[in-house]
Write a protein that binds this ligand. Structure first.
Ligand SMILES: [Mg+2]
Length: 175
């Protein structure tokens, strides 16, 4: 534990790493007759990520599973850093941090299940949706009031932007 508040931790973040299932989605997967996966993403979450991109943040989507729906969503959001099938996430996160030359304090990670605990512990700001599994919420520095796939990511984006003082600049065109 250190003395910094979640807001102070958020002010230093330059990279947001997001789990997909249960964070960018509500965690449910529908299969059609051909076995193709259908997932629900939130358009408001997407706009939050566009605001982060506008402010110069790096975004990485890091999933333990593999799905065409993930790739379609990443493409629509203009996120080129999509890593799938990462059953062990911490080494992947460490590699990303090394490539981008980022310190742990400059990284936020949002996850909802046990697979996310190691990367959450390794970064400066651990975030979780409201419906994350209990040990994950206990490990989080910041918890959204909304569940995964229903605004949790949008809240996280706004928290980062407001904590760093970039919110007014990236939303000026709307007000
Ligand atoms: Mg998940």
């Amino acid at each position: 534990m250190n003395e910094f508040s979640p807001r102070q931790k958020a002010a230093r973040v330059k990279l947001l790493v997001l789990d997909i299932d249960g964070v960018l989605t509500d965690g449910r997967v529908v299969y059609d007759d051909s076995g193709r996966e259908i997932k629900f993403f939130d358009i408001k979450d997407g706009h939050g990520l566009k605001l982060l991109q506008r402010a110069g943040y790096a975004i990485v989507l890091l999933s333990g599973r593999k799905s065409a729906a993930n790739r379609a969503r990443a493409q629509e959001l203009g996120i080129t850093a999509l890593i799938e099938d990462a059953k062990v996430k911490l080494p992947v996160l460490e590699k990303i941090m090394a490539q981008l030359k980022l310190q742990p304090e400059e990284v936020a990670y949002m996850g909802d299940d046990l697979i996310d605990l190691p990367p959450m512990r390794a970064c400066g700001l651990a975030m979780a949706p409201a419906d994350a599994w209990d040990p994950v919420k206990q490990a989080a520095h910041w918890i959204a009031s909304r569940p995964g796939g229903q605004g949790a990511v949008r809240e996280a984006c706004e928290f980062l932007l407001k904590s760093s003082g970039k919110w007014d600049e990236v939303t000026a065109r709307y007000f």
